[in-house]
Design a protein around this ligand. Sequence first.
Ligand SMILES: O=c1ccn([C@@H]2O[C@H](COP(=O)(O)OP(=O)(O)O[C@H]3O[C@H](CO)[C@@H](O)[C@H](O)[C@H]3O)[C@@H](O)[C@H]2O)c(=O)[nH]1
Length: 465
Amino acid sequence: MEKPHIAVVPSAGFTHLVPILEFSKRLLSLHPRFQVTCLIPSVGSSLSTSSQSYLQTLPPTIHPILLPPVSKEHVQAEQSLAVQIELSVTHSLPHIKQELSSLCSRARVVALVVDVFAHDALQFATEFNLLSYIYLPQAALILSWYLYSQELDEILFSENRDPEESIEIPGFVPMHSRDLPFQSRSSPGYRKFLERAEKFHLPDGVFVNSFHEMEASTINALRDEIRQKKRKTVVYPVGPITQSGFNGRENGSECLNWLDEQEPESVLYVSFGSGGTLSQDQLNELAFGLEQSGKKFLWVLRPPNNIASASYLGGEADDPMRFLPRGFLERTSKKQGLVVPLWAPQVQILGHSSTGGFVCHCGWNSVLESVTNGVPVIAWPLFAEQSMNAVILSDALKVAVRPKANDSRLVEREEIARVARELMDGKEGIEIRKRMKSLSIAAENAIKEDGPSTKTLAEVVATWK
Ligand SMILES: O=c1ccn([C@@H]2O[C@H](COP(=O)(O)OP(=O)(O)O[C@H]3O[C@H](CO)[C@@H](O)[C@H](O)[C@H]3O)[C@@H](O)[C@H]2O)c(=O)[nH]1
């Protein structure tokens, strides 16, 4: 008899495709009695080359179906990247419905799992009588923030509020409101964020890519609220699920060969994810700061102020090397550091024994890749929920240092050199490194056969009849 299907809907862009497919891979490796059909939206002329190459690596029990791409004009008018990604799904709804209908007519489908930005597709769960789930490729704290958003709205934007007063999300450490992504009700994407938060009440549960030891008090607080019937959204921590080694682009051997020549844990890896960029001034400060620190570095360089969505949604990037300060490459090249343009094999770099620290924008995938490899972090959030992730690492878990910006929000070269030295050789760095190593053991245990994340997933799957 044919294996029952799980229908999976990612949202557009490499970073929203890979996490939900890595989740699907893990699901099928633990529960091979199912197969997955993945309905993939995209923007522009076609799927990006990296996404296409990634799809080639999938096991045969995951069936990708490429939906007709949404025209760029339909999404680009929106300022917020999250909303652009969300619209890629909204405009694909007729195709998603058509494919689901065709799948349900020829096979047994037991559940629908959608990416957080593909929540519009949840409407089909009732129509096709499917159990439904959101896959949030982020921290449990982010789920808490969504669920608590109405209460937070009243607290944050009340007239008499002291902006210095910290805010408390249930179970989490007190946090400054500047670490939340929205600073006013008129911030781009805020209204859509509140609408998205409402959707978390629809599915049968939310999978988060986190694990108990990383966010114990937040997860416990979410579960207490369910027990006390204050909320009905059930949280399932199933992580850490990280990319299993797919690189997809060039620069691989250059980085790894160079790392092979370095001392153990001596290199700071510097990267701001798939779309993060710095201003030209900030890029200069980072270059001088790395140089002044005297520490070895491997820097994945992007051109300044490149629109983040260009790389998410299939745009081309400029050559970044010409934006480095004059003479920088000549002074540092190979001896102190290696600079590679645009992309590097991050998973392999973080797993290399010479890598001893990560200047990280705190995108959640990068955070988990650092945690699973036991690499301590210099937390340098740029946009989206990254500042909240930075607070998890620096304040809650104390496995990261966070450089301070000046009044113009620039992190100056002296500060960069200071945190680099502190992390790599300082007293605080030693403690941070120890804590990160024990967190990496907890991460490994979470996904072992009898680990909490494995058991949680098994409990859910047991209900799929
Ligand atoms: O040179 C590079 C740069 C990135 N990566 C990989 O690309 C992914 C990047 O993901 P992530 O660290 O999560 O960063 P973003 O691409 O910026 O992620 C977006 O999606 C995340 C998950 O929803 C959010 O946490 C972020 O805020 C949001 O910017 C990771 O797997 C990296 O290993 C590489 O392999 N090589």
